[in-house]
Design a protein around this ligand. Structure first.
Ligand code: ADP
Ligand code: MG
Length: 296
């Protein structure tokens, strides 16, 4: 592209609410037939709020939330922010934690008041030896509502006791449905890829009319999905906001970052949707189609 046409693309993109870093990405958007979307922070607001604290035995809900907050102090995950905010609102005491470890896509673990605790998804709790049977029904009910469920366990050598669960809700963005409907109308397939659990992902996908869901995927899994689709001859866009989306944003034919997201996401993408507005994809596609001749 010539400098002039790049300036045109940049200016028109900005008016459509899309920051164009790479004019060729905008051009390629016209022919994209599949868009992979991250859930948290992309389809949803990315500001989860604690809605349920469910004890599994002795310790009270407040105790569970207090330990969970101690564990999350060292994490920058949106789930950690939600838990810390909830503990603060309830004026709970939050002890400092030692030996903090964050496991990407799974959860956090640390020593609190001399005990080894972990908070994370079902896989994480089960890997530590916890039996989640007692909490299974409740966890599934919460997940059916699109809530993300985290399990708090106390780890012993070779096993773990379930103390309770914490659920958070993360509202769907107001115009996500309109954006998905618009893309579907143009024959674009939408696939959700998320690190969250199957049931939670499915509930959000159902609310948005997304029929294909890949849940429980780690960052490399999102990248692998993009590569598989491209190898099958698809023209693939990827929309995401997080550090965990960066490899997939780079791998896609067109990377679409949320302007509200992590810096690495924005740096990894050719296009950025201002204010994380997904309808910007539709506006940018129309722009790309209208100006494809001019850009060349
Ligand atoms: P997403 O793709 O939805 O942004 P992640 O890959 O970051 O999700 O995380 C996947 C799952 O791992 C979360 O839904 C949660 O259950 C668990 N998890 C990740 N980080 C944390 C954390 N800091 N605290 C508790 N649970 C976590
Ligand atoms: Mg995300």
């Amino acid at each position: 592209a010539t400098p002039m046409s790049i300036m045109t693309a940049t200016g028109r993109g900005a008016r459509a609410g899309v920051l164009v870093k790479d004019a060729e990405s905008l051009e390629r958007l016209a022919s994209v037939d599949t868009i992979v979307v991250d859930k948290t922070g992309t389809l949803t607001e990315g500001r989860p709020v604690v809605t349920d604290v469910v004890p599994a035995g002795e310790p009270s809900g407040d105790r569970i939330l207090s330990v969970a907050a101690s564990l999350e102090k060292g994490s920058e995950h949106p789930l950690a922010e939600a838990i810390l905010r909830a503990a603060e609102e309830r004026n709970l005491q939050v002890a400092s934690a030692g030996d903090f470890a964050a496991v990407t896509g799974k959860g956090v673990r640390a020593i609190v008041e001399g005990h080894d605790f972990a908070l994370g998804n079902a896989t994480f709790a089960e890997d530590l030896g916890a039996d989640l049977t007692a909490a299974r029904d409740r966890a599934e009910e919460l997940a059916e509502l699109g809530k993300t469920v985290m399990f708090l366990v106390k780890a012993q050598p070779g096993s773990a006791d379930l103390l309770g669960l914490v659920a958070v809700a993360d509202p769907i963005k107001p115009n996500a449905r309109a954006a998905i409907d618009g893309l579907h109308a143009e024959g674009v397939a939408i696939i959700m890829a998320t690190g969250d659990a199957e049931r939670t992902a499915q509930a959000v996908a159902n609310a948005l009319g997304i029929d294909d869901v890949k849940a429980g995927v780690l960052p490399e899994g999102k990248q692998h999905l993009i590569e598989t689709l491209k190898a099958a001859g698809r023209k693939v866009g990827m929309a995401g906001d997080g550090i965990n989306d960066a490899p997939a944003l780079v791998a896609a034919d067109v990377g679409l970052a949320m302007g509200t997201g992590a810096d690495v996401a924005v740096e990894s993408a050719g296009l950025t949707l201002l204010k994380g507005d997904l309808e910007g994809i539709l506006r940018a596609r129309r722009l790309a189609r209208a100006t494809v001749g001019n850009i060349k």
